[in-house]
Design a protein around this ligand. Structure first.
Ligand SMILES: [Zn+2]
Length: 302
């Protein structure tokens, strides 16, 4: 087996020289000429080269705002992780994680640079790895989310104004079983409709979230969907609807027991004296935008 460590030091020096001069040609092209893949048969060394040689170069390019360079190096990292030199089962496992991270870096850089379609395609590659990991023999814990990288794919499509593609993905995600995240995806779907200028559809989705929340007695869900609707109505100058939603947001009837008998306003601050006519909380309550009331019967904010 040939040892290519003799390449490594000059390469790192070359990187350093290149970093010192922002106007220099990207180091990637030069190093790739030097790094003959046929020489790099040692998997550990190839990994070291990527981590110690290329990853810092990616960071450098990112900090300099040089998207072209960042994307070029990211692509090279992906190429190296997928190279035929990775073939043993032992590295196969960690390689998939490395490869997915490389795709994620690439996709994020593409999205930041405005290459939305390319970003969506790259996120799909991430997702393929996630799906393979979930269903294959390496059933790793961090690949268990059935949504995988699809939310990122959909967001990239939305950014690229491919609203129909984003819509399709979110509808699938909303209908995923089991669906602990369905509210998140419904809200994301509403935002896709809103971005597409289809405010009627956005309203319909959020109204559905309100109704589901009332049914499930999920006070945080109801309040955040109503806040969304309020903003939507305001953007359309629908004064009567704004007023209606505001009165729903201010309603002091407890959504759990339906009564206002034991309901007090929530105040934020330091609870000094125990005042039975208010419920004092430290800072903000977790999980909701802005709860206004506290029901002493149910010990719940809403
Ligand atoms: Zn109550």
């Amino acid at each position: 087996m040939k040892n290519y460590s003799r390449y490594l030091l000059p390469l790192l020096i070359a990187c350093g020289v290149c970093f010192a001069d922002a106007t220099a040609q990207p180091v990637v092209a030069a190093t790739m000429t030097d790094l003959e893949l046929t020489e790099a048969q040692d998997e550990a060394k190839l990994g070291d080269f990527i981590r110690m040689g290329l990853m810092p170069a990616v960071l450098q390019a990112r900090q300099a705002g040089d998207f072209a360079r960042e994307i070029a190096i990211d692509k090279r990292v992906v190429e190296l992780w997928t190279s035929k030199h990775y073939k043993t089962p032992a590295v196969e496992d960690s390689k998939n994680t490395d490869l997915r991270n490389a795709y994620l870096d690439l996709a994020d850089a593409q999205r930041r640079s405005g290459q939305y379609d390319q970003a969506a395609e790259t996120y799909l590659q991430c997702n393929q790895i996630a799906v393979a990991r979930r269903t294959g023999e390496f059933n790793a814990q961090n690949y268990q989310d059935p949504a995988g990288d699809l939310p990122s794919v959909a967001e990239a499509y939305k950014d690229g104004k491919h609203f129909d593609k984003a819509e399709k993905i979110y509808i699938d995600l909303v209908n995923l079983e089991p669906k602990p995240q369905s509210i998140t995806y419904s809200t994301a779907l509403a935002k896709v409709y809103e971005a597409a200028g289809n405010l009627e559809k956005a309203e319909e989705v959020e109204e559905g979230i309100v109704q589901d929340g009332i049914k499930d007695k999920s006070v945080a869900q109801v309040r955040s969907a109503r806040n969304y609707l309020k903003r939507l109505f305001e953007s359309q100058h629908r004064a009567a609807d704004v007023e209606k939603i505001e009165s729903a947001l201010n309603d002091r009837h407890c959504p759990i027991c339906g009564s206002e008998a034991n309901v007090v306003p929530i105040v934020r601050g330091q609870p000094k004296d125990k005042n039975p006519r208010v419920h004092t909380v430290w800072g903000c309550l977790s999980g909701a935008d802005d709860f206004k009331w506290w029901c002493n019967t149910d010990n719940t904010p809403f």
